[in-house]
Design a protein around this ligand. Structure first.
Ligand code: DLL
Length: 437
């Protein structure tokens, strides 16, 4: 433990690795029995893979259990994976996914309490104390962002401003009038807020010291920019509705990877093609097992999120394993002209180039060949200073070369006027793939 660091539950966050191993093992054994006894869907899946609850004697046996995927959740929709009687859960949340059938997750009061503890840990790690005013600008409702951080802020005893997303004028008025010190929202909305603050020249009235940003991918370059523009430290927070929402993992003062709340969730990294479990330090798909959830306890759930695990000591004093910031999703990966492209790679080029992180990738198929157009906004300086046609073309050419260098494929670059790409109040829409029917 470090004297300077701000913990919410140091006994869990700084537990010895041996103790964590024993705690995880004990909880896993109980959880597997609970699931086998109460969820027919699971029982069939486990029977089909020839594994019985007695086979799981410690965390080392985790690999015996079958994986669960989003398809299982869709198949079992809506109540098929509920592990408690219908009367027991008190809350439903749902994924923000835009395709396919929505996934619903259920929580008992205890599930909610433990989830809010996880979010309180994240807030504390970002420096939140009871003296802070925490502005929550994630959406409230089916989305887990608002509820999770709201609950965490209450647990911590901070003054909670439940703004939800949108209504930017009101957000900024409350932020300034009430002296919000911590802001929680998607990084793309944070960027929009920062832009508006700058435009209105109200930076001096903003008292923010930290931001807790997650729910979508954001690069380190974007972090530095948000920190500089808002005068804050920007922390990453990760989670997914199926597992619990925000607070599955969170960044600490070191801002180098996210600590996983391992007393509640076990993480594995697998090869997404073969399902083979990979050692620490190797890149692959994150898989989570819920150790304490009562109502909707998923075991070995494949997230499709790509990351790397590490159990190296962290300067913050937490002993919780870390996952690297997300490197993309295996299903967000675009294949353009046969090349694997992650939107975050393009974002890095744009930000390196001093451009806005408001961009859109438009993919099409013309004459049986893929085309990629990168639309990005000119910064106000570029627009006013060198916004002549010749200068814009020069910027476009240089960007095209930089993208070609990074990806190895040609892209068309289109610099558009500031504020012409639609802003999102929740998760940003970065990719328009016109190839899909
Ligand atoms: O996005 C939960 C959340 C809310 C996390 C607020 C953080 C803050 P879903 O809507 O179910 O839940 O989406 C989950 O979003 O599988 C990732 O692909 C992506 N995601 C979440 N956090 C991050 C992050 C919430 N920090 C899906 N970085 C996940 C990159 C993230 N992607």
């Amino acid at each position: 433990m470090s004297a300077k660091e701000n913990y919410y539950q140091p006994e869990a966050e700084c537990m010895s690795r041996e103790k964590m191993h024993d705690l995880q093992s004990e909880r896993l054994i109980t959880q597997v029995k609970h699931v086998y006894a109460n969820v027919g869907y699971y029982r069939e899946k486990m029977d089909a893979s020839g594994v019985r609850p007695e086979d799981v004697k410690s965390i080392a046996d985790l690999g015996k259990l079958p994986f669960l995927t989003k398809d299982d959740l869709r198949e079992a929709y809506p109540y098929g994976l509920l592990a408690v009687p219908r009367e027991a859960p008190v809350r439903i949340h749902s994924t923000s996914g835009t395709t396919g059938k929505r996934v619903v997750a259920f929580l008992t009061q205890q599930d909610i309490d433990l989830w809010y503890d996880c979010c309180a840990r994240a807030l504390a790690a970002a420096g939140a104390t009871p003296g802070d005013v925490v502005q929550i600008s994630y959406g409230y409702g089916l989305f887990t962002g608002g509820a999770g951080l709201d609950g965490g802020s209450h647990k911590l005893g901070s003054l909670t401003l439940p703004m939800s997303s949108g209504f930017t004028d009101r957000q900024l008025q409350f932020m300034c009038d009430l002296g919000a010190t911590i802001i929680c929202c998607t990084p793309s909305y944070a960027e929009f807020l920062a832009e508006t603050i700058e435009e209105r020249g109200i930076g001096d009235s903003v008292k923010l010291k930290a931001g807790i940003f997650g729910a979508e991918a954001w690069s380190n370059e974007m972090r530095l920019r948000l920190e500089q523009k808002l005068g804050i430290k920007a922390y990453d927070i990760y989670g997914l509705t199926e597992i619990t929402g925000p607070g599955v993992s969170f960044e600490c003062s070191q801002q180098e990877g996210l600590h996983i709340n391992e007393d509640h969730f076990v993480a594995e990294i697998i090869n997404p093609e073969t399902g083979e479990v990979l050692p620490d330090g190797e890149k692959g798909e994150l898989v989570f097992t819920c150790l304490t959830k009562q109502a909707f306890p998923l075991l070995r759930y494949r997230t499709r999120d790509i990351s790397i695990l590490s159990r190296k000591e962290c300067q913050c004093g937490r002993t919780l394993a870390k996952m690297s910031r997300l490197m993309g999703r295996s299903d967000d990966m675009l294949i353009i002209k046969g090349v694997n492209v992650f939107p975050s790679q393009i974002e890095t080029v744009l930000i390196d180039y001093g451009l806005s992180s408001n961009y859109q990738l438009v993919i099409d198929r013309v004459n049986h060949s893929d085309t990629l157009e990168v639309r990005v906004e000119l910064t106000p300086e570029m627009f006013s200073g060198s916004g002549t046609v010749g200068a814009v073309e020069k910027h476009e050419r240089m960007l095209r070369d930089a993208i070609k260098n990074m990806l190895g494929i040609a892209a068309k670059v289109k610099l558009v006027n500031p504020k012409t790409i639609t802003r999102s109040e929740g998760k940003a829409v970065r990719v328009i793939d016109n190839r899909k029917v």
